[in-house]
Design a protein around this ligand. Structure first.
Ligand code: F6P
Length: 319
């Protein structure tokens, strides 16, 4: 393979730049030209690209976001858009593509595969909602960002003796809330995977107060309930002033953690290696023991589960 394209798609995630850098540098080292596609599949449809060189990726490994830009493209998923993308790839001589993104982006890879383009996909999303991989690129950075906010909010929660509900991202996946709950010492986490019981949440808050706790932190996943409504309900039932904060896009930005830079670099290099070895329709993932690859369709067919032990432990430790 002489020329490979790389794009980032869907919500940006810290660590994407480390992966782009690795694709470019590992490719050039192995005499493969790399084309950077701007703004995800949208750029593929519009023919918006840059021929990358070693300096194109200088000074980016420590930066959040994605230097290639990202988007969610409806046009690409339509027949005409896909045709345009294929024409552009042919014109540019792109023989294979590295796609960095989430579930929706992986489905874009599948469309390209069906049209005969070899792809390797890298899991880049803060949500950690791809079942085949233990962690996704950006998840741990987002988690650290959430924890910084939790600690700040805890100060004011203690000072005023209030309950604070903190809403975090994750779409339909509760992992950010789940892990932040344990690592942040929350009283309770509310996630889409488990139906919550408002009385149980309030009992937990009251139990803490009886024991002399000054603060109560409830971490809420965006896919589980509405922060404003749930806060009102908690305040009415407990009689304790309850405020809510929606952390929003702060979670998507910022300096990538060491872990996200490490796995981003390894995943980027592995993606190029797979394509240059004529492997296709692959995804790259990570377990505790390291980086691995597997079939794209198989990866997409695995159903995401959540770690109930983390949920239970959070409840036990916040006694
Ligand atoms: O997938 C990442 C994510 O930040 C989700 O947690 C969130 O629900 C969604 O993207 C928001 O997407 P957008 O920025 O396109 O509105």
């Amino acid at each position: 393979m002489k020329k490979i394209g790389v794009l980032t798609s869907g919500g940006d995630a810290p660590g994407m730049n480390a992966a782009i850098r690795a694709v470019v540098r590992y490719g050039i080292y192995h005499h493969i030209s790399i084309v950077g596609i701007h703004n995800g599949f949208k750029g593929l449809v519009e023919g918006d690209y840059t021929e990358m060189n070693l300096s194109s990726v200088a000074d980016i490994i420590h930066r959040g976001g994605t230097v290639l830009g990202s988007a969610r493209s409806k046009e690409f998923m339509e027949e005409e858009g896909l045709k345009k993308a294929l024409r552009n790839m042919k014109y540019l001589g792109i023989e294979g593509l590295v796609v960095i993104g989430g579930d929706g982006s992986f489905r874009g890879s599948l469309e390209l595969e069906k049209a005969g383009i070899p792809t390797v996909s890298i899991p880049g999303t803060i949500d950690n909602d791809l079942a085949y991989t233990k962690y996704t690129l950006g998840f741990f950075t987002a988690l650290s960002t959430v924890l910084e906010s939790v600690e700040k909010i805890r100060d004011t929660s203690s000072s005023h003796g209030r309950t604070n509900v903190i809403e975090v991202m994750g779409r339909n996946c509760g992992d950010i809330a789940l892990y932040a709950g344990l690592a942040g010492g929350a009283e309770m986490v509310i996630i889409p995977e488990i139906e919550y019981n408002i009385d149980e949440v309030c009992d937990k808050i009251m139990q803490g107060r009886t024991r002399g706790k000054k603060h109560s932190i409830i971490i809420l996943a965006e896919g589980a309930a509405d922060a404003k409504e749930i806060s009102k309900e908690i305040e009415e039932k407990t009689g304790i002033i309850t405020r809510y904060s929606v952390l929003g896009y702060t979670q998507r930005g910022g300096t990538p953690s060491a872990y996200d830079r490490l796995i981003g670099s390894q995943m980027g290099a592995m993606a190029v290696k797979l394509l240059s070895n004529n492997q296709r329709k692959r995804v790259v993932g990570v377990t505790e023991t390291g980086i691995f690859d597997m079939d794209l369709e198989e990866a997409l067919s695995i159903e995401k589960t959540f770690d109930k032990t983390i949920y239970e432990l959070t409840k036990i430790l916040s006694i």
